[in-house]
Design a protein around this ligand. Structure first.
Ligand SMILES: NC(=O)c1ccc[n+]([C@@H]2O[C@H](COP(=O)([O-])OP(=O)(O)OC[C@H]3O[C@@H](n4cnc5c(N)ncnc54)[C@H](O)[C@@H]3O)[C@@H](O)[C@H]2O)c1
Length: 465
């Protein structure tokens, strides 16, 4: 088995950055270079001020501080890093297609193909190429074809090694992964490549947690894992709507069913809806793949998970409008939270974007406070929807750096992200600053309803009448 001395990772995003930092941290004898075409991102990864890293994850900056400059490097020299590496991870984005066949569902593989062509052009000795990005089942075949047909006649072994980290807990997830999945060919070269990758993870994970499979099972398992996780959220969210009509309490229902060991307690928290760059994209991809194999029923089944999620976001916005006497025009509504979940600065597909958009359509005036998300990001998220002009987005929505001053004369506060700090805000003071009646809409079910009602708020939350 070849000993891996030099790793290159193409893509310094939310997966490439943290994943490679942990590999470098745990394997000081391996040189790890993370490359990206986005020079600004690389500059941020190299910033001496570790609070300016482009990805915020608890524990990440400490790991980067230890490994960066020792055996962890961030660079824009893509070709050089490919040339020097024994093993190349592809960790670029695979967004939903916005054009052509499969528009709105299929994964856009243009970035993956560019990487494959780049590797083929540069590589002058044998390489192990690893799909870290989430990809449609059978993509490894396409990568192999490109590498073999456009390469310099060196041997490429393709492995699938999907990433299961969750943003917000990326570092603990990487350090204590439930499992690592490695899919590859069962040829001698394929087996050797799988062992080479496995030996890297064995530096910190028990061997039993490293699953070796064929490539297609590995590629498909990632999509299926995300589909099952998102399905649980949509399942409990669909029940939250029923709870609101029947005086049942969705947390009590979740607890009662979660104690059944066949169901289990995790991922049963009702909320304003899931977000993040992966769940929706990966389910749509699954929907598209099933449809393309003529499996219409399978495709429709999984699509329903997305429909319930959209319904949940719309329902939350609708309930704000109807509770505020059927009009929010000109009313100040404060959003606590914009990130798609706590402990991350990632806003991709965040429920907040869609709830804001729906309320702006009703001419509400929104003020956003999020402890980790920048103004530019918030406006970029809204502008991307193309619902109204950029000027109008900036006129109707403002961003605040202070959760207390921004509530002056507000009609309502909506909790969009479950940041812990919202639980310990000075709610008595907040109440005194708001217009009366003062409404709080808790889309994450994190606040103490008894306390807020006692203060005088009109408090409501998803999943309770
Ligand atoms: N974010 C998550 O929580 C998560 C979890 C598991 C898996 N994934 C999957 O991992 C993949 C990457 O996700 P991400 O969130 O890190 O994306 P990201 O957008 O944060 O990062 C991708 C990076 O790749 C770079 N890139 C694109 N093409 C390139 C090229 N040809 N050469 C060099 N760099 C290039 C981009 O500039 C970008 O910085 C996706 O397939 C995603 O589905 C993501």
């Amino acid at each position: 088995m070849k000993t891996i001395k030099n790793i290159c990772c193409i893509g310094a995003g939310y997966v490439g950055g943290p994943t490679m930092s942990v590999i470098a941290f745990k394997c000081p004898d391996i040189q790890v270079t993370v490359v990206d075409i986005n020079a600004e991102r690389i500059k941020a990864w190299n910033d001496t001020d570790l609070d300016k890293l482009p990805v915020y994850e608890p524990g990440l900056k400490e790991i980067v501080a230890t490994a960066r400059g020792r055996n962890l490097f961030f660079s824009t020299e893509v070709d050089q890093a490919i040339d020097q590496a024994d093993m190349i991870f592809i960790s670029v984005n695979t967004p939903t297609k916005t054009y052509g066949k499969g528009k709105g569902q299929a994964a856009d593989l243009k970035y993956i193909e560019l990487c494959a062509r780049n590797i083929a052009r540069v590589a002058k000795d044998d390489k192990i190429v690893i799909e870290k990005s989430t990809l449609p089942v059978r993509t490894a075949q396409a990568i192999k074809n490109i590498l073999d047909n456009t390469g310099n006649h060196v041997n490429f072994e393709i492995l699938s090694n999907p990433e299961f980290l969750a943003e917000g807990t990326a570092i603990t997830d990487l350090l204590n992964a439930d499992r690592v999945l490695i899919g590859g060919d069962s040829t001698p070269n394929g087996e050797a490549a799988k062992q080479a990758l496995s030996s890297i993870y064995e530096n910190w994970l028990p061997k039993e947690r490293i699953l070796l499979t064929n490539v297609w099972s590995s590629e498909l398992s990632k999509l299926v894992a995300n589909a099952f996780l998102a399905q649980r959220i949509s399942s409990i969210n669909s029940i939250s709507a029923l709870c609101e009509k029947t005086d049942a309490d969705v947390d009590e229902v979740a607890k009662a069913i979660g104690l059944d060991s066949r169901i289990g307690p995790k991922f049963l928290k009702a909320s304003v809806g899931f977000g993040g760059s992966c769940f929706q994209k990966d389910i749509l991809n699954l929907v598209y793949i099933a449809k393309s194999y003529g499996l219409e029923e399978v495709s429709n089944y999984w699509e329903q998970v997305i429909k319930i999620n959209d319904y949940q976001k719309q329902r939350f916005a609708d309930s704000i409008v109807s509770t505020l006497y059927n009009t929010v025009s000109g009313k100040k509504i404060v959003f606590y939270g914009w990130a798609f979940k706590k402990d991350t600065n990632d806003t991709r597909e965040s429920a907040a974007i869609y709830v804001a958009n729906a309320l702006l359509e009703e001419q509400a005036e929104i003020v956003v406070y999020d402890p980790k998300v920048s103004d530019q990001q918030i406006y970029a998220d809204l502008d991307r929807l193309n619902t109204r002009s950029e000027e109008e987005n900036r006129r109707l929505l403002t961003v605040s750096k202070d959760p207390l001053t921004c509530v002056d004369d507000a009609h309502a506060i909506a909790i969009l992200t479950e940041w812990d700090e919202f639980k310990t805000l000075d709610w008595e003071t907040i109440y005194t600053k708001m217009l009366k009646p003062s409404f709080v809409f808790d889309g994450r079910r994190i606040l103490d309803s008894k306390k807020l009602n006692a203060i005088g708020f009109k408090y409501s939350r998803i999943g309770e009448s």
